[in-house]
Design a protein around this ligand. Structure first.
Ligand code: AMP
Length: 425
């Protein structure tokens, strides 16, 4: 018989890792409701036409594409935004704006597998559709900040840019959109020399080179310098002003936020039109999440011009970040209990006690293998549980119970009425 393994790039999530994912997902859901985003579920499989209309060349080449049995050309979603744009231009078209939609689940890209890069990975995705106001861009950054902060990650930094700065310069130089995309793709990969080779004007090349060299912690100073550099490029100047307004709002409402401005920052996805960002922790070179403004995407779907801004957080990478910073040990640290009946005759009573504890929110397992006491305690220990509640006939007759602290290896007999308090103390 063959031994089966997961397909390359796909993973099973077990034990502590599964627990960490659940924890992150729950926190993402809380952030969604804190900021008033409504959950939507969309299919994993979408038409190839829809996904191709939306995704840039980069992602198009990495999609899992197949023909279904009905001969339809379909693909596994490589991200959520295409499905959300489909919804926003069809079923939710007449809903009041802004639309604020939250999705969570797996997406698929044929990436080269390595740590933090998988072919199936989880994202929490937020889209804010119908407004071009800088406060909308700000909300997307603030919710990402809240999410990462709640997870207790330390030292994280937002890297923020504005795609309109580079595009503004390139457009004014008469460089067509296809070449602009090629330049941005190379800049995204930090292949700056290759990117600059695609630019013919010397003045333009020099301006781009200066922007590339301009990175600073002091965002106000950086933006001032950008302003001077792009003074002869009208669209780039407007983009810089827009970024200034967004950053002013962010830092005013969240003074402790840590951010750097990178004016030559380009994100992989071609549909961005405005502010773009990514988030990093010092220990990892890969981004934990990112997003930005995409004001022209809805037009590609045949809708009237509808501005939008959104972001996606990589759950797999956030799990790695938590592990790297050693934050995982606190996850799922509630008190876990195993209830063990000593004899057959007290099984019913023992189940009742388990139920009563669960009613009060204690996580309880029940000895289900009919093991003898010693073996049952050994098993509870192996599972890393905190307490064993041992239900014996003699103790029950006196309304007592045996509580064993499995970590301290201490055992006490207490009145049944005190059991809950002793466990949660
Ligand atoms: P994107 O949809 O490309 O904007 O990516 C958003 C986030 O998804 C990134 O910041 C990563 O955290 C995560 N991500 C992207 N690609 C992968 C991958 N192949 N494996 C795991 N996480 C990924």
């Amino acid at each position: 018989m063959p031994t089966f393994q997961t397909v390359r790039g796909m993973r099973d999530l077990l034990g502590k890792e599964a627990q960490t994912f659940t924890y992150i997902i729950n926190e993402a859901q809380k952030v969604a409701s804190l900021f008033g985003f409504k959950k939507v579920f969309t299919p994993h499989v979408e038409s190839l036409e829809l996904l191709s209309a939306k995704s840039g060349e980069e992602i198009r080449q990495r999609m899992f594409i197949f023909e279904d049995l009905g001969g339809r050309k379909v693909a596994l979603r490589p991200e959520f935004t295409a499905s959300i744009a489909r919804l926003a231009t069809t079923d939710l078209k007449t809903e009041p704006k802004p639309l604020k939609l939250f999705s969570l689940g797996t997406v698929y890209r044929y990436d080269e597998p390595q740590r933090g890069r998988y072919r199936e990975f989880w994202q929490s995705n937020f889209e804010l559709i119908g407004t071009n106001k800088p406060e909308a861009d700000t909300e997307i950054i603030l919710l990402t900040n809240k999410f990462i902060q709640t997870l207790n990650l330390q030292g994280y930094v937002f890297k923020i840019g504005h795609i309109g700065i580079i595009r503004g310069i390139l457009s004014q130089e008469g460089i067509e959109e296809k070449t602009q995309n090629a330049i941005l793709q190379r800049m995204d990969k930090k292949e700056y020399d290759l990117a600059l080779k695609l630019v013919t004007s010397e003045k333009c090349r020099q301006t781009l080179q200066n922007l590339i060299d301009l990175k600073g912690k002091d965002w106000q100073d950086t933006l001032k310098q950008v302003n001077t550099l792009v003074s002869s490029y009208e669209m780039a100047k407007t983009a810089t002003d827009n970024l200034l307004e967004i950053l002013t709002l962010i830092t005013f409402s969240c003074p402790n936020i840590s951010l750097t401005v990178d004016p030559a920052f380009a994100r992989g996805l071609e549909y961005y039109t405005g502010m773009i960002f990514e988030i990093y922790i010092p220990q990892l070179e890969i981004a934990l999440g990112g997003g930005g403004r995409y004001d022209r995407l809805m037009e590609t779907f045949g809708s009237e011009s509808t501005p939008a801004v959104g972001c996606a957080h990589g759950i797999d990478r956030i799990a790695i970040a938590l592990q790297t910073q050693n934050t995982v040990s606190n996850i799922g640290a509630e008190h876990n209990v195993m209830v063990i009946p000593i004899t057959e005759t007290v099984k019913g009573e023992a189940l009742k006690i388990a139920q009563q504890l669960r009613e009060r929110g204690v996580s309880v397992e029940f000895e289900l293998m009919g093991r003898k006491m010693g073996k049952a305690l050994e098993d509870a220990d192996k599972r890393g549980l905190d307490y064993a509640v041992i239900v014996g006939k003699r103790e029950l007759e006196e309304n007592n119970i045996v509580l064993k602290d499995l970590k301290k290896r201490e055992q006490i007999i207490i009145p049944l009425t005190e059991l809950y308090e002793k466990i949660i103390k």
